[in-house]
Design a protein around this ligand. Sequence first.
Ligand code: PGA
Length: 243
Amino acid sequence: MIRQLVAGNWKMNGLGASLSELAALKAGLGANACDVLVCLPATLIARATASDGLLIGGQDCSAMDHGAYTGDVSAAMLKDAGASFVILGHSERRRHHGETDADVAAKAKAAWAANLTAVICVGETKAQHAQAAAIVQAQIRASVPSGAASANTVITYEPVWAVGSGKTPTVDEIAAMLGVIRESLISTLGQAGRDIRILYGGSVTPANAAQILGIANLGGVLVGGASLKASDFLGIIAAVKPV
Ligand code: PGA
């Protein structure tokens, strides 16, 4: 059995006052049956301090290691601020910033060079739904560089139409896509592709978490809206079955 990862993505939400939610989360954690990660805005990472049972991550990084890239944040800067993970290739980055699979692959290598675990997101849009498997296979092939392994990479399947919409695929659809992604990982990475955790993301809530987290071989969930309130996020964490 895989130890599942419950990851939060605060997106562009959170000021200093929101650290009280993080404190409430830490206070509610106890001995969890899973790993718990919160990916914060870059401005809050250094103020958040990881602690036992709580991992901190960023939401994007530059592919460059330093230099004249105004406004960008390097993987080493995230690491230095206290992050150990970084989300890469989220559909909002792909859509609003035109990030390509090649960009995502370059960022993953930069993340690894700084000792960050890359959480690489893939998923089809609503218009691509009928070809979802082919779209996701192509994204895996092009955005997950060789060298990916369970120690440095997590994959998240996030159908774009499920993000922030309150809609989710059925459990069977998620399970089928999990199989597609696992096959793609094995065909591109060989043996290393067998152990990489594959998460689901898109409208995960305390109400549907147990059903989704119960999918065989699912590595965990990536949670946007419901990660902003400690009580909701703790409700999702509580839905993980002890292994
Ligand atoms: P959501 O976002 O849980 O609000 O749908 C998920 C994500 O974008 O990572």
